[in-house]
Design a protein around this ligand. Sequence first.
Ligand code: MN
Length: 290
Amino acid sequence: MSEKKLNRILRAPAGHWVGDGFPVRSMLSYNNGLDTLQSPFLLLDYAGPHEFPPTERRLGVGPHPHRGFETVTVVYDGEVEHRDSSGAGGKIGKGDVQWMTAASGVVHEEFHGRDFAHRGGRFEMIQLWVNLPAKDKMNPPGYQGILDSDIPVAELADGQGRVRVIAGEFDGQRGPAHTHTPINMWDMRLHAGASLELEVPEGHSTVLLVLKGQVSLGGEAETVQANEVALFEHAGSRIRLQSPADATVLLLTGEPLNEPVVGYGPFVMNTQAEIRQAFQDYNSGSMGRL
Ligand code: MN
């Protein structure tokens, strides 16, 4: 088992607002020249942590389309309400996950939960875009609402922390998310002094986001701070992590698709012609309406 080499650490870019509800830093994006290294992950937006005052307004983003991939939202704090043109929707809160498969297309809206907006408070979430293989891009859309209580927790040895297994497998626990290609999504909470050796699949893209605290990698030569992402090489199947203080870490691994990525705004396909078709289909209303 060889150790996975760190490829690079990406520092948090300047933030921007998505609608009026999501103060986001794009930790990964699909047009950054790192497609191959991060495939099938297209984009990773980290929203917050941000303190919202109570309001009666609806904070978020109104109707917009997606085609060709999945949006995965993990709520760390606050509430998100979603509604889409396939009729799916619902509210997710702290610890819950929404796995929305846009595939051939949905129109959806994303807002803070009404109750949360009314009381105000701390808001923190991530949204990951997971690419679909070409053969699945034009499938019917799907929706998985995954509650905190559906997500198995693996305790790390010696009280070093815990891992919520959202997708894939960790230490014999299987995550509830159905994925189109092999993916692991682990929400890790590490205690001060944790020192771990993780087994990850050989050949997978591997992305580590630190939300809180910091972790050092391997022989502590490299440190990943909060609001930073570590991207690893595909080769290798072992990662060593140390956390000097309590840390919250999202670890993603995925089998690379090795297909062309052509995206524009909310559509990610394989060719320019498919992007033009997506705009036509959206404009003609055939992706559905809210
Ligand atoms: Mn969206």
